[in-house]
Design a protein. Structure first.
Length: 218
């Protein structure tokens, strides 16, 4: 059974940062770890290898949650015990944001944890994790989705999910999460009401179309 974030927070101290590492030879291989010096750990992992290991993100004070994050991402594990996960940085960041948010509810972010340490570092980590997730989501959607002003130009919500999922190598559920994060909602409207489309919440005149690989078609 996966370890819940609150359990992980109580089992280890909150002082170490949690970090996400990537490999130069395959950007869809990531590692979630903890430790005082992420750059040093990255350097050790690349010793004797033909690839570089880079630090993609650091979450101060959230090291106690690394085990919960790895448990949540276990289905992506390349080999037992290796620590490398085959998923995008975005999926890792999204999972971290969820785990940190859950830990805030369970462990009382902003209060004093059991060992007497102020939880402000974890609070700051939650904010940084949230900012990293929002920035990634916005970049991801801008890369794969084109806003259009007519539903006749839009592609169905299912086509958006399937097309972006296939091109980016992520799950349709993940695409749905980033679409929602960026203000897109499913709607049935007009003469094509039997099909769902993505429509911008804050600008109801905009609909979503899966971006074409050919710039001429945009």
């Amino acid at each position: 059974m996966a370890l819940r974030a609150g359990d992980a927070a109580r089992r280890a101290g909150p002082t170490d940062p949690m970090f996400v590492l990537t490999r130069s030879d395959d950007h869809d291989l990531v590692k979630v770890g903890r430790g005082a010096n992420p750059a040093h750990q990255a350097s050790e992992l690349q010793t004797g290898q033909c690839f570089r290991v880079n630090v993609a993100a650091v979450f101060p004070g959230a090291g106690a949650l690394a085990e919960a994050v790895r448990a949540a991402l276990q289905r992506y594990e390349v080999a037992p015990g290796a620590g490398w996960l085959r998923c995008s940085v975005g999926e890792a960041l999204g999972t971290i944001a969820d785990v940190v948010a859950e830990a805030g509810d369970d462990a009382g972010v902003g209060a004093v944890v059991e060992d007497g340490t102020e939880a402000s570092e974890r609070d700051r980590s939650a904010a940084e994790g949230r900012d990293a997730w929002v920035a990634f989501a916005e970049g991801f959607v801008n890369k794969h989705v084109t806003p259009v002003t007519s539903m006749t130009e839009a592609t169905s919500a299912q086509e958006v999910l399937n097309t972006v999922s296939r091109r980016a190598g992520v799950s349709p559920a993940f695409v749905a999460d980033v679409m929602e994060e960026c203000g897109w909602e499913e709607t049935r409207w007009g003469s094509r009401s039997g099909v769902s489309f993505y429509r911008m919440r804050d600008d109801r005149s905009l609909f979503a179309r899966a971006r074409s690989r050919s710039p001429r078609r945009e």
